[in-house]
Design a protein around this ligand. Structure first.
Ligand SMILES: Nc1nc2c(c(=O)[nH]1)N[C@H]1C(S)=C(S)[C@@H](COP(=O)(O)O)O[C@H]1N2
Ligand SMILES: [Mo]
Length: 547
């Protein structure tokens, strides 16, 4: 043994190190799968992966988040989970490799991840101590698997690799115990037991797959809520919306429809997993600086006289020409009536709305109590119960403000307070405290880069200045004169407006820009600014070719 050449032993040693890393990967994967399964039973947010991911979302610097939304759009969450999976996989592999080199070190790494997962889960909004269970049990399963699998590989060092290699323990033969066995009484077998290793890792991998499959089956919670949602019949409106004029839709091919269907309505939120809120468990509390705090449950809410209102919702992160904007018919109960019932106290100037997922938005109290503004606690969207990802069972919709300061989904509390005392989720993350929507316009037709037939070219799009209204839209080609576009009709100032213009363009490449003027006579600035901190400005400009 002792005379084995280094070359002859290095190869199997490297192979064994790789197997150890594989053991870490399998053990870690099993732990995560078990935590997924348990969290499917206990609470969806309690899994190691989601608690960790949510913490990353909350802790991410604002710039990174803007970057993520800009580059990955709504896929940002998939990208985050993918990267987390990659980091965890590398970490688990490392744990296996370390565990083989020095017993206890890899285990410690796994335990660290488990404890962190448990702590992050318990720290989630609405969490209880029980939320620690998935991470704790997950690690509790992963650790013995890792130990057993690594032990099956035999000790690192002389007994397998021969003495004199120098890099590892210098003890020979069976005396290698303490270095690789971690002081366990059962001395490790001197040679790798590949069969046993395969049995352990194979069983663990199979177990992980089973746990994942079971977690899908068990996460019936989400399906149950979906079933409740689809059975729910929206109440009729006591105050119906103004009818949409026939002329609100210009029916130009490629132009965004006046009403945005639910399935193409943009979605923005920090929720890695859409909160599953059963209306039976839902309530809204009106708290804070009020004389009459109260709590309202689902049955009481849906029995109240409902109002319908068309509102165009916009995200502050929308870049010029972007698609984080949509128009829907909302059904809900006026927020001002809820606030009136609670009787806000003098000195209050903000309502901090809170979601079951911890998100908060700070909205000026005067906006929500304004008798001229229909701000809703909405339960319906385009004639359907709110889609789960748009806030089922209830959310806020406030005309004229960006979503981040007003449109709380899965809302559970309205706290009457002051801007001095409280702040919404995004304010400490680099976004403005107040978020009135800026006048904006977008060209939908032609598409940038398109090739169109020559002569009269139809240019069309949408423009919005919620709660103020759009009074004019102009376009210009190739830095020529501004040409007034035709405006479609609209329900009112709280929604966007379609527009259309015909330009006479010769063959070649053309650049077309658009600008809107709101009902206060303010024309959109051409000064370009990014979305942060309070909404992008600049003219949407596209280039296309006339054949
Ligand atoms: N609970 C919760 N509500 C939220 C958010 C969030 O992250 N969490 N994001 C807000 C933002 S930034 C916007 S733009 C709107 C988007 O609503 P939508 O996804 O229905 O289009 O929701 C708002 N409500
Ligand atoms: Mo947003």
């Amino acid at each position: 043994m002792n005379v084995a050449t280094t070359d002859a032993v290095r190869k199997p040693a490297a192979g064994l190190a790789a197997l150890a890393a594989l053991a870490g990967l399998v053990a870690g994967g099993l732990g995560l799968a078990v935590s997924e399964l348990l969290s499917a039973v206990i609470a969806p947010g309690a899994s190691t992966i989601f608690a960790g991911g949510a913490a990353v979302v909350d802790a991410a610097p604002p710039g990174l988040k803007d970057f993520a939304v800009e580059w990955f759009g709504t896929a940002d969450k998939a990208v985050l989970l993918g990267s987390m999976g990659a980091v965890l996989a590398v970490g688990a592999g490392l744990a296996g490799w370390l565990e083989r080199r020095r017993s206890g070190v890899g285990v410690a790494l796994l335990v660290l991840v488990g404890v962190a997962g448990a702590a992050l889960a318990v720290a989630r909004p609405g969490a209880t101590l029980v939320w620690a269970v998935p991470s704790v049990i997950g690690i509790g399963v992963a650790v013995p698997v890792l130990r057993a699998a690594v032990r099956a590989l035999g000790p690192v060092g002389p007994s397998v690799r021969g003495a004199g290699e120098g890099s590892e323990d210098s003890a020979g033969g069976s005396e290698a115990g303490p270095a690789s066995g971690g002081g366990t009484p059962s001395a490790p077998s001197p040679a790798p037991d590949r069969r046993r290793f395969l049995q352990i890792t194979g069983l663990a991998a199979g177990g992980a797959v089973l746990a994942l499959v079971a977690s899908q089956a068990v996460s019936a919670g989400g399906r149950a809520v979906e079933a409740v949602r689809s059975r729910f019949r929206l109440p009729g409106a006591a105050h119906s919306a103004d009818p949409v004029p026939a002329q609100a839709d210009l029916s130009v091919d490629g132009l965004s429809s006046y009403i945005t269907p639910n399935d193409v309505f943009y979605r923005i939120d920090t929720a890695l997993r859409v909160p599953e809120v059963d209306p039976a468990d839902w309530s809204l509390r009106v708290t804070g600086m009020v004389d009459e705090p109260f709590e309202i449950g689902w049955d009481e809410l849906v029995a109240l006289p409902m109002s319908e209102h068309h509102v165009t919702l916009t995200c502050v992160s929308n870049s010029v020409g972007g698609d984080l904007v949509g128009n829907a018919l909302w059904l809900g109960y006026p927020i001002r009536d809820l606030l009136e019932r609670a009787r806000p106290q003098a000195g209050a100037d903000m309502v901090l709305s809170r979601s079951v997922d911890g998100f908060t938005a700070g909205t000026p109290l005067e906006v929500l109590t304004d008798p001229e503004r229909t701000s809703l606690l909405a339960i319906g969207m385009n004639g359907e119960p709110l889609p789960t990802q748009h806030g089922f069972p209830a959310r806020l919709v406030v005309p004229g403000l960006y979503g981040y300061v007003s449109a709380t989904k899965w809302v559970s509390e309205l706290k009457v307070t002051t801007f001095d005392q409280d702040e919404g989720y995004w304010t400490p993350r680099g976004w403005s405290e107040l978020g009135p929507v800026k006048v904006q316009s977008r060209i939908d037709v032609p598409r940038s880069g398109a090739s169109v037939a020559g002569g009269e070219v139809v240019v069309a799009g949408v423009a919005w200045a919620q709660h103020v209204g759009i009074d004019g839209v102009e376009v210009r080609a190739d830095d020529g004169d501004w040409v007034t576009a035709d405006l479609a009709e609209t329900v009112g100032p709280d929604t966007w407006r379609q527009w259309r213009a015909v330009l006479d363009l010769g063959a070649g490449e053309h650049t077309v820009s658009v600008r809107a003027t709101n009902a206060d006579g303010e024309t959109q600035t051409d000064v370009e600014s990014p979305p942060a901190p309070d909404g992008a400005t600049g003219h949407h400009t596209i280039t296309f070719t006339v054949a």
